[in-house]
Design a protein around this ligand. Structure first.
Ligand SMILES: [Zn+2]
Ligand SMILES: [Zn+2]
Length: 404
């Protein structure tokens, strides 16, 4: 069996991994490079039999809906089946629908044809068996994949963390289903971000509740698909009796509707209280009642901030987007924040990482008893060698073939 990481050995995002036997070939993730990645290639990635030429691939398996894992799906040749989680697929369809309507980009039609994982139910591609397991990440309904072929076991973690509510259960899943691993392909985002403090979504929720009690008018900037954080905000707004307001009716409300329809716990039920979409008609209501406003770095949120200057602004995204020294520095977001500060807003950072801490990575390496570990999705994969992990560490370059 062969493993080939086409991209993602030395960068965060753009992930494409291939696993191949004598009779089958699968691809895990078809990600776009993050816009300002240091390693951004000039030419888009082309793979024979997958993105060009005659189809020669049994399946493309997407771990989750973040663009750096699925963004290149349109490049996959027709007739090659693509797999994704059921709820993830619906959320991603909303994102693609909005892209189509607003920018005439995206391909919601193709997403309708994606196949769906059933948790713990194996998929067979000739002699390759793939079992998907739910994993905790800042994307909802994300998966890790256990691949078995030629008498060997490979675990591809996708992006993951273990510090959310579901994260606590992750170790039990590794213990039960993912031991005795020959090759662990693990994400290593935090290997280069060791100074970041990791706290749980629940702690974030408690802090949000405190801030909502102390401040009448609260804005928050958060990814529209970071469902766990949004659910914490929604629950904090419920507890403090603050109207929950979104800036874009169709987009954000649609996403939360998908989650509610599939919710197994009340925590993800966004029907418990009305969600308002921002408009001038709400001004008096908002002035009197106070509010929690789930915004984006866009014109509508900017307008609302101008109407309610001197509010509190919760920044619930990675701090690196606002740091000029970081390759992922986002000038647009940075300007948005500066404008809000000029309006008299006070900003607090309240964000928890979607990625495994260094300790969590180590724990997974040990629990799975991985004989070989290949870090991906990291700007400094070699740091994993300093963790004292007993398995053999293999640092690959993009395009290297690793035979097991
Ligand atoms: Zn990622
Ligand atoms: Zn991700």
């Amino acid at each position: 069996m062969q493993i080939k990481i086409y991209r993602g050995t030395h960068q965060i995002g753009g992930c494409v991994t291939e696993i191949k036997t004598a009779t089958a070939r699968i691809i895990i993730d078809m990600g776009e490079e993050l816009p300002s990645s240091n390693h951004a290639e000039q030419k888009p990635l082309e793979i024979d039999g997958v993105t060009k030429g005659t189809p020669d691939c049994n399946a493309v398996l997407i771990t989750h809906y973040h663009g750096d894992h699925v963004g290149m799906f349109e490049k996959v040749l027709p007739h090659i089946p693509i797999y994704m989680g059921k709820v993830a697929k619906q959320i991603y369809a909303v994102v693609q629908n909005t892209l189509k309507t607003k920018l005439n980009k995206g391909n919601p039609q193709r997403i309708q044809n994606f196949n769906e994982y059933v948790v713990s139910k194996p998929l067979y591609f000739c002699d390759i068996k793939v079992t998907p397991y739910t994993i905790d990440h800042s994307a909802f309904d994300a998966y890790m994949l256990l691949i078995e072929a030629d008498g060997k076991r490979i675990l591809h973690t996708g992006d993951f963390r273990m510090h959310d509510a579901r994260g606590g259960k992750m170790l039990a899943v590794f213990e039960k289903y993912c031991k005795n691993i020959d090759v662990l392909i693990t994400e290593g985002t935090m290997l280069s971000r060791t100074n970041e403090q990791v706290f749980t979504e629940h702690e974030l929720g408690l802090k949000a509740e405190e801030l909502l009690r102390e401040n009448k008018y609260v804005f928050a900037l958060c990814s529209s698909t970071n469902i766990d954080t949004i659910a914490e905000f929604y629950n904090a707004a419920l507890k403090t009796d603050k109207p929950f307001i979104v800036c874009e009716k169709d987009f954000q409300e649609e996403i939360l509707k998908v989650v509610t329809q599939n919710a197994e716990s009340q925590f993800y039920n966004f029907n418990r209280r009305k969600i308002y979409s921002y408009g001038k008609n709400l001004h008096t209501f908002m002035t009197e009642k106070g509010f929690f406003f789930l915004g984006r770095a866009n014109y509508t949120t900017q307008k609302a901030i101008k109407a309610f200057p001197n509010s509190l602004l919760i920044y619930s995204m990675w701090s690196g987007y606002l740091d000029k020294a970081q390759p992922a520095f986002d000038e647009y977001k940075s300007n948005f924040i500066n404008n809000a500060l000029n309006c008299g807003c006070q900003m607090v950072n309240l964000h928890t990482s979607g990625h495994a801490s260094v300790d969590e990575i180590k724990k997974v390496c040990e629990t799975t008893e991985a004989k070989t570990i290949i870090p991906i999705h990291s700007e400094s994969p070699e740091i994993i060698k300093e963790l004292g992990i007993s398995g053999e560490i293999r640092i690959l370059n993009d395009g290297d073939v690793f035979v097991i």
